[in-house]
Ligand binder design. Structure first.
Ligand SMILES: Cc1ncc(COP(=O)(O)O)c(C=O)c1O
Length: 331
């Protein structure tokens, strides 16, 4: 096996996270499911984003930066994780959030405030059209004030951030081999594509010929197919990764966006409640529950073959569940 050319990394996450076998009445009878508990990578740094930030913030520190700028939705898990990690490193954190300043102070947004992040609220239009420009303008201002800013893109998803899940793929590979688990496919949520990109590249760098399924929770499979392919190509070029990208092996499964990002119908909440009550595992409606629900539907339809033995990546996000937007479903 080739050794993977990892860039420098700051150990910020609690690793390795465990893999647990689960049984639940939501799952079809045939097959088996394991869950990779990346919801346990930390407390304020729980979830998938901290794995990417280990590489991104290492670069930031290496460049002598004292301030981090990033962006996301008003309840962004990435933004909260970034605020927590930056605070732990003594760096300033500026968050550019999609949504109004009058958004309820709850869930991740509440933690952003507690963690002392500087919050910039952008309209939906500014966020979609100008967020990178606005972050750059603010970074230029910080430079004039003699700070050294480091800009992290949405979701921490760029070629450097994808190493977080290249390393996670290696962690999973060794755990699966050591415990002789018959895992034959990996499944994760796709929100900005970085987690999927890293997992896929990691398995190929390890010559681990296992399908990686991503369930998009916003936009469309075609959109992510292209975005992920672009990110993979950039990572392969920038870090000279010995991988041949086969676009037909980028498996994104559409059909579980429902009415849009963060919009989840009653069946998603039912899935959360049943899984929680039967296993103690808590998903959230924006990413992990849509992906889990989608996996179960596709399992029943036969997408994964007759007796699937799958590993579902739990990417965290618990704080996003604890918001007034969703509480009526749990009243
Ligand atoms: C809890 C959670 N799961 C999954 C994802 C999706 O990961 P990615 O953005 O790398 O596709 C995100 C963020 O987007 C997230 O916050």
């Amino acid at each position: 096996m080739n050794s993977i050319p990892y860039p420098s990394r700051l150990p910020l996450a609690q690793l390795p996270t465990p893999i647990e076998k689960i049984s639940c009445s939501l799952l079809p009878r045939s097959g088996a499911l394991w869950v990779k508990r990346d919801d346990l990578t930390g407390t304020l740094t729980s979830g998938n984003k901290i794995r990417k930030l280990e590489f991104l913030l290492s670069e930031a520190r290496g460049e002598g930066c004292d301030s981090v700028l990033t962006c996301g939705g008003i309840q962004s898990n990435h933004a909260r994780t970034c605020a927590a990690a930056a605070a732990s490193l003594g760096m300033n954190c500026h968050l550019f959030l999609r949504g109004g300043a009058d958004a309820p102070l709850e869930g991740n947004l509440f933690l952003d405030r507690v963690l002392g992040a500087d919050l910039h609220f952008l309209s939906a239009e500014d966020y979609s059209r100008r967020r990178d420009q606005l972050m750059q303008e603010f970074a230029d201002r910080l430079i004039r004030e003699e700070h050294r800013p480091y800009i992290i893109p949405e979701g921490g998803s760029n070629s450097l951030g994808s190493f977080g899940y290249i390393l996670a793929a290696e962690e999973i590979y060794h755990q699966v081999r050591q415990a002789a688990l018959p895992v034959k496919g990996l499944v994760c949520a796709v929100g900005s594509g970085g987690t999927y990109t890293g997992l896929w590249l990691g398995t190929r760098l390890l010559h681990w010929d296992i399908p990686v399924w991503g369930i998009n929770i916003c936009d469309s499979a075609a959109y992510f197919q292209e975005r992920i392919l672009g990110e993979m190509e950039r990572a392969v070029r920038r870090f000279r990764l010995p991988v041949t990208i086969r676009p037909e092996e980028i498996r994104i499964v559409d059909g579980y966006v429902f009415s849009g990002y963060s919009q989840a119908p009653a069946e998603i909440h039912l899935c959360i409640r049943r899984l929680a009550a039967e296993t103690g595992l808590i998903l959230e409606p924006v990413y992990t529950a849509k992906a889990f629900y989608g996996m179960v539907q596709e399992w029943e339809k036969g997408l994964f073959g007759p007796d699937p033995e799958l590993l579902f990546l739990h990417t965290g996000g618990l704080f996003g569940l604890m918001t007034s937007h969703y509480s009526p479903f749990y009243a």
